[in-house]
Design a protein around this ligand. Structure first.
Ligand code: COA
Length: 254
């Protein structure tokens, strides 16, 4: 027990530059209090004690603003900074050394029973207000941007931002298929791609109309009427719409 508290103090000192003394941490860090109460409620939950674990969890929520279901599995060295508004669901797993900020939800989508909350592997950082929903796995060392809503599995060493969450960096490499684009987010990039696609289709239509006029006038088809390969950036648009995964799975199954 003392070892766990010492380890928690060390983690908080290391990860929060605002932490000054052990006494201050012991008295003023709701994340520490919530996790201590969770350890107790989780032990009772695993022993199948009725009601009491939920009461302890609710008491923890009342004094810290952090709601951790007694069934959630929380690793060593986890730090919940500020904490207010954090919700961690029953089947969530939070790996060692993860860092969660205020307003984070590790929740279900409300569509399934059984395992329905996320699994965070080691050393994941979840930014303030981010929502991680469903029985998804977030790979080790991943950072989820403040305010993101993540609904899909993410590989290790990624950075995810936006609604829905998109991977913008992986293993330190920036993922940006449109290097010329100065637009800042995934939605803007896809809108830009769709605009390019509309431009391409409009010029194709204009060219087809010219060809039809040539044919109607009884003249031979111009060489220019032949098809031209288009770069319509389908993959990026499908990924944005969430269809890419389904197509991938479909083709594996067939
Ligand atoms: C996601 C995060 C980890 C990225 O940090 P980083 O690797 O330093 O990335 P950058 O700041 O270089 O940003 C990379 C791109 O993502 C965008 N971005 C960063 N954070 C974002 C966020 N939360 N939501 C949407 N876009 C974001 C940036 O605008 C930038 O876009 P661009 O390349 O088109 O200019 C960080 O921005 C973040 O949100 N951390 C959480 C911090 C937090 O919750 N603190 C609470 C303290 S109380």
């Amino acid at each position: 027990m003392l070892d766990t508290i010492r380890a928690q103090l060390a983690t908080i000192k290391e990860r929060d530059p605002a932490a000054r003394s052990s006494l201050e941490i012991l008295l003023c860090y709701p994340g520490l209090h919530a996790l201590a109460l969770h350890r107790l409620s989780n032990r009772l939950w695993r022993q199948q004690v009725p009601l009491l674990p939920r009461l302890i969890s609710q008491f923890g929520r009342w004094i810290t603003g952090i709601e951790i279901h007694p069934g959630a599995r929380i690793g060593q060295g986890v730090f919940i900074d500020h904490g207010m508004g954090v919700v961690i669901g029953e089947t969530a797993v939070v790996g060692n050394n993860c860092l969660l900020y205020q307003g984070v939800t590790l929740g279900g989508t409300g569509k399934v029973h059984g395992k329905r909350h996320p699994t965070l592997e080691e050393n994941v950082v979840v930014g303030a207000g981010a929502k991680v929903l469903g029985a998804i796995t977030v790979g080790a060392n991943t950072r989820i941007g403040a305010g993101s809503v993540l609904l899909r599995n993410v590989a290790a060493n990624s950075t995810v931002v936006g609604i829905p969450g998109r991977v913008i960096h992986q293993s330190g490499v920036k993922i940006d298929p449109l290097a010329h684009s100065a637009l800042p987010d995934a939605e803007a990039r896809v809108i830009r791609n769709l605009m390019e696609r509309i431009d391409t289709l409009e010029s194709e239509l204009a060219r087809t109309q010219v060809c039809l006029r040539e044919v109607a006038a009884g003249r031979p088809l111009l060489e220019a009427c032949g098809g031209v390969a288009q770069n319509l950036k389908d993959r990026e648009i499908l990924e944005f719409l969430g269809d890419a995964d389904q197509r991938g799975q479909g083709s594996q199954g067939s």
